[in-house]
Design a protein around this ligand. Structure first.
Ligand code: F6P
Length: 491
């Protein structure tokens, strides 16, 4: 019978994800360490960096992930005795063809489009399913070698949905959590997967003791899929699998609120903001930033802005829209095509409305530094975040947190997970371009007092459930779930 662990007695915490929080690149004769971008890596890294605020004190944190650098670079980096921060990194290397079928294939050309309600983009290729199983097995085998009693294994995201069950097989007593960072779709969409895959993925996740999602809808969709496809009922958020009920619950992921809020007065951010204001010469600023992804609704956003310009000639010459698109998953055809479509539309809209002295759209295809990002968040009048589907969307939370001046308006898609917590934003349907144009007009004319009231309410919510609360909440529930299972076994 496994012992009930009191919350602080975790020996080591393993964070397990496809993407590691660091990248290594060679620059001239040295190996440079770069931070990885993206919600998962940023959120978990923020948590680990703010661990003095956490109620958990593992002896060690180990981050296991799929390296996108070579073994040689890693060895060279280790020899240089430089640190990776407050946690240890344990990279894995997959064979190239396995990695391709796993990452570009099943993860990002099947699960990603389907779970974001783009079934027509989903491919169902058997070799990719095999590569996905192989990649998850590589993780499971390595973790089984590393695992010791009282370690906690926290598996992250859609790349590793088979891993919890593989770990349960190898380490039956282990405390295993799984968190899904993307939406879990409705049963009618989920069932579109081939039978063995859809059942395999559910069985895989049910190897965990606790399965976390961003929203209540995703929890319910998961429970319904388990019930319809595996015939297993849930009661009071426990999936009743034989011998070991599995807890499912919602944990809306968040950000390091203080880091974004205090950025307002960083000298670098102040200088950048001042430079942006000078360039604007009194114009209003609309801002957006997303990874290049068809789920982010960039084309719909462009259409909404075009409608606004069409309906409001009085705003011509008085508004600029800075749209930052961060390169992502460029080896996948649907991503490359999207880039071309975005750029064509930007060219068309600028061609339609621009004058010698005014360009309505400024497009940047690159990533921004933290200071540049915060400068745009705090210089803009309106943040326009319009995904067609998004698990959470941390940009929305970052924008709100960074507004120490309590000014600015958030226009947010109603189908971003964040909309469930940010009801004071102007919520829009991303396919409704007329509605989006009206929301832009409403945002631009919103009195500053109303802006402040709305921002303050959203800030309070994000501050109270920041990324440390999110992770602590998950880990606490994980220990509770384990304890409840043990009581259940005694009965
Ligand atoms: O939303 C899922 C997610 O893993 C995010 O955490 C992250 O922003 C994004 O996808 C990154 O994707 P990739 O690892 O493919 O660059």
């Amino acid at each position: 019978m496994p012992m009930n662990l009191p919350p602080n007695s975790m020996k080591r915490l393993f964070i397990i994800s496809n993407r590691l929080p660091i990248q290594l690149v060679r620059q001239e004769s040295t190996v440079q360490l770069l931070e990885s971008a993206g919600g998962l890596a940023t959120a978990l890294k923020s948590y680990l960096q703010a661990q003095d605020r956490s109620s958990f004190e593992p002896d060690e944190v180990v981050w296991v992930g799929n390296a996108d650098f070579s073994r040689e670079l890693w060895e060279e980096f280790q020899q240089s005795k430089r640190s990776t921060g407050t946690f240890k990194i344990e990279p894995l290397w997959l064979d190239d063809d396995v990695n391709d079928g796993f990452y570009n294939g099943l993860s990002n050309s099947t699960i990603w489009p389907l779970f974001h309600y783009f079934p027509s983009f989903a491919e169902f290729k058997e070799p990719n399913w095999q590569a996905y199983q192989q990649a998850n097995t590589v993780f499971a085998d390595r973790l089984a070698e590393l695992y010791q009693p009282d370690d906690v294994l926290w598996v992250q995201d859609y790349h590793l949905m088979l891993l919890p069950a593989m770990l349960r097989e190898r380490c039956p007593e282990a405390t295993i959590g799984f968190f899904l960072h993307i939406p879990f779709p409705s049963f009618e969409v989920y069932r579109m997967l081939p039978n063995r895959w859809r059942e395999g993925l559910l069985q895989g996740m049910l190897g965990a003791d606790l399965i976390g999602f961003h929203t209540n809808d995703y929890v319910q969709h998961f429970e319904k899929s388990v019930q319809r496809l595996l015939g297993i009922e849930s009661k009071l958020r426990f999936v009743q699998i034989p011998n070991r009920p599995v807890r499912v619950d919602l944990f809306p992921i968040s950000i390091d609120y203080e880091r974004f809020n205090s950025s307002y007065r960083l000298p670098g951010v102040m200088a950048e903001r001042e430079a942006i204001h000078q360039q604007l010469q009194g114009n209003k600023l609309l801002f957006s930033v997303d990874r290049l992804d068809y789920t982010k609704g960039v084309l719909n956003r462009l259409q909404g802005y075009e409608k606004f310009l069409e309906n409001h000639p009085e705003w011509h010459g008085k508004i600029n829209f800075v749209m930052v698109v961060v390169p992502s998953r460029s080896e996948i055809t649907s991503y490359g095509e999207r880039k071309q479509m975005i750029e064509e539309n930007i060219g068309r809209i600028n061609g339609r409305f621009a004058t010698v002295s005014w360009q309505p759209l400024v497009y940047q295809y690159r990533s921004l530094s933290f200071e540049q990002l915060c400068a745009y968040y705090t210089a803009c009048d309106v943040a326009l975040i319009t995904p067609i589907r998004d698990g959470m969307n941390l940009v929305a939370k970052e924008f709100i947190a960074s507004r120490q001046d309590e000014q600015g308006v958030l226009i947010l898609s109603e189908v971003a997970g964040a909309a469930a917590e940010l009801g004071e934003a102007l919520l829009i349907n991303p396919t409704d371009r007329v509605g989006m144009a009206l929301a832009i007009e409403e945002a631009l004319s919103m009195p500053v007092k109303t802006q402040a009231e709305r921002i303050k309410r959203m800030q309070t919510r994000i501050r109270e459930y920041d990324v440390v609360q999110w992770a602590d909440d998950f880990l606490t529930q994980l220990f509770n779930a384990k304890a409840q299972q043990n009581q259940w076994e005694v009965r």
